[in-house]
Design a binder for this molecule. Structure first.
Ligand SMILES: NC(=O)c1ccc[n+]([C@@H]2O[C@H](COP(=O)([O-])OP(=O)(O)OC[C@H]3O[C@@H](n4cnc5c(N)ncnc54)[C@H](O)[C@@H]3O)[C@@H](O)[C@H]2O)c1
Length: 263
């Protein structure tokens, strides 16, 4: 076997949405994909000139070569911004092979305390935002007659809310699961795959201020593997689903939860 055979994503262009925070699942995915040979575009509402330079330096140092990293500020709530960002990726790299949707927000209110503007924001970012980036990427995938999508939902969608997210978060993630299955069914005949990952509690900035140490320890005690997820755990699953290792897998919901929800 040649060395390149292990570069599962050699010369592939991968768009990772929601990767500007170095502690995020998206960033871990971008770094891992770069390690396996991909060219990376990061779309995130938090991208600035400063974050862009810092991400490029950190990623190149980790991967051990100069990574051709394109960072585009993009609020996925805006479908026009998503179209524009995807167009910029194609102008820069010439194609898009994979879209990994990691952007998201969480809130912890109980159902009766959720103001309608919080519900609207949750659905706007988590569900409609994912819908928008998928639509924008699919416009290119259908021309290419190939492409893969990996969306990030949550165990909250499966078990009726979670520790961190309220009913609005769970509902938005349930929508992401349904959306992904619909894409898999509609676009499979065109060589396009779509899968969704349901992580459980993962150690990223998303937990900051949303989970007390006591709650964190309580959740970990109920997980058979006795630890919370790490961003790399989820990134590894994204790598599998985006690569040809998963060439015959589409419409699948992959649990990455340490056994915390076995069903
Ligand atoms: N961390 C967990 O415990 C956990 C558990 C289950 C599911 N998830 C899901 O995994 C995904 C990644 O989560 P994370 O923990 O890395 O979160 P994170 O908060 O660390 O990172 C999310 C990223 O999304 C970006 N973002 C937020 N709103 C955006 C918008 N409107 N447009 C563009 N970018 C936007 C942020 O700037 C940030 O860089 C999310 O969809 C989350 O719901 C996380």
């Amino acid at each position: 076997m040649k060395c390149e055979d292990f570069l599962f994503l050699n010369n592939q262009v991968c768009v990772i949405v929601g990767a500007a925070n170095p502690r995020s699942i998206g960033y871990a995915t971008a770094e891992l994909f770069a390690h396996y040979g991909a060219q990376i575009a990061i779309l995130d509402v938090a991208v600035t000139d400063t974050t862009q330079a810092a991400l490029r330096t950190a990623m190149s140092a980790k991967v051990g070569r100069e990574v051709d990293l394109l960072c585009i500020p993009c609020n996925i709530v805006d479908p026009v911004a998503c179209d524009r960002a995807m167009q910029m990726v194609v102008e820069h790299f010439g194609q898009i092979d994979s879209l990994i949707n990691c952007a998201g927000i969480v809130r912890s209110e109980g159902m009766l305390d959720i103001p309608s503007q919080d519900l609207a924001l949750m659905l706007d970012v988590n569900l409609k935002g994912t819908f928008h980036t998928c639509q924008s990427a699919l416009a290119f995938f259908t021309k290419q007659q190939k492409g893969t999508i990996v969306n990030l939902a949550s165990v909250a969608a499966q078990r009726g809310g979670g520790l961190v997210g309220g009913a609005h978060y769970a509902a938005s993630k349930g929508g992401v699961v349904s959306l992904t299955k619909s894409i898999a069914r509609e676009f499979g005949p065109q060589g396009i795959r779509a899968n969704v990952i349901c992580p459980s509690m993962t150690e990223t900035g998303m937990l900051d201020g949303n989970v007390t140490e006591e709650q964190f320890n309580q959740v970990v005690a109920g997980i058979p593997l006795r630890r919370a997820g790490k961003p790399l755990d989820i990134a590894n699953a994204c790598l599998f689903l985006a690569s040809d290792l998963a060439a015959y897998i589409t419409g699948h919901t992959l649990d990455v939860n340490g056994g915390g929800h076995i069903h």
